[in-house]
Design a protein around this ligand. Structure first.
Ligand code: GLN
Length: 326
């Protein structure tokens, strides 16, 4: 039996999640990318986007931060849209690695397969697949346009982050060339790596991320702009990838505790998708040892519990869907 919740209940839950979590000071900003180490650690916001396009926010939800690994979600969707989901599964895969996001061993263990577009290897491979193949600027435009379609507004490159990341991405370069050795890079390797690095350096806000999550939750239709951004049948595909590998080696723990398919990034952002119900996002820079935001995890878990939204619970709550969407 599903129960309906109203907007006031959602608003109150976000506010309480914010208040209960804001004093938490464990975790540490990512420091292997110099720019990220300098972002103010106290920034914190939570945002939820509902079926009618209303966005409920609390805290620092209009401050742009590095999207980082959350960018793997839109690019995976883009190549699914361009090639169909089966081809993406054949070329990249849809399996959890159970290993850190930048694991080289995962590639060797999978006997050459990048495993999933939601870890670095698969994401670089996905960037190489983006059409128009061979055209770096055309591919970049396709990636940015797609993210903007999902988020419903403009996103801009954080130049300093891009420079910082380009100067230090030796591990990702090794991944790229190892994949090239296995014929899993489908365009120029250095260009594919650069596109991946650039997409990770895009600035996005928690508000935009929640709209991006909602567009996925509502079958590719952005509830704010009302534009159809991708084919509806891709929602279960991308949500299944988020559920299996969105938190890397701790994805099982996360799903078991919250029942929220979500994707994190080392910039401190997390986007969650509750199909048919809402997109939800949180941002706070300090991370745990696996590279997932400590506060954002606590805040999202609080909201999931308080509103009884666990997608595996037969007695869960849903939001009221306006007739124009239903
Ligand atoms: N750009 C980062 C990297 O490739 C993204 C990692 C992440 O957010 N988990 O290392």
């Amino acid at each position: 039996m599903l129960h309906r919740i109203d907007k006031t209940t959602v608003r109150n839950a976000l506010q309480q999640a914010y208040e209960c979590t804001r004093e938490t000071n464990s975790g540490k900003n990512a420091d292997y990318i110099p720019y990220l180490a300098k972002v103010p650690s106290e920034l914190f916001g939570i945002s939820a986007c509902l079926p009618d396009g209303e966005v409920i926010t609390v805290g620092d939800t209009d401050c742009a931060f590095g999207i980082e690994s959350v960018s793997k979600v839109p690019t995976a969707l883009l190549v699914m849209e361009q090639y169909g989901p089966q081809k993406v599964m054949n070329r990249i895969g849809a399996d959890a690695t159970g290993l850190p996001f930048n694991s080289i061993i995962a590639i060797l263990l999978e006997k050459d397969h990048p495993s999933t577009p939601l870890v670095n290897a698969g994401a670089i491979s996905a960037c190489s697949m983006v059409k128009p193949v061979g055209d770096a600027e055309g591919k970049w435009k396709a990636i940015v346009d797609f993210i903007e379609g999902l988020a419903g507004s403009e996103v801009t490159l954080i130049d300093e982050l891009y420079r910082s990341e380009s100067a230090t991405n030796f591990n990702n370069r090794s991944i790229t060339w190892l994949l090239r050795n296995y014929n899993r890079i489908y365009d120029d390797p250095e260009m594919s790596l650069d596109l991946y690095t650039r997409q990770c350096s895009l600035g996005i806000t928690a508000r935009q991320l929640s709209i991006l999550g909602a567009t996925i939750a509502f079958g590719g239709r952005n509830p704010v702009t009302r534009k159809q951004i991708f084919r509806t049948e891709l929602t279960p595909k991308i949500v299944s990838l988020m559920a299996t590998v969105g938190f890397y080696e701790h994805t099982g723990d996360w799903l078991y505790t919250t029942g929220l398919p979500a994707k994190s990034g080392v910039g401190g952002g997390i986007v969650g998708v509750i199909p048919g119900v809402m997109g939800i996002a949180s941002f706070a820079p300090p991370l745990d040892a696996s590279g997932n935001s400590v506060k954002a995890q606590l805040a999202l878990k609080f909201v999931m519990d308080r509103l009884n939204l666990n997608i595996f619970n037969p007695d869960r709550c849903i939001t009221a869907v306006p007739e124009s969407v239903a």
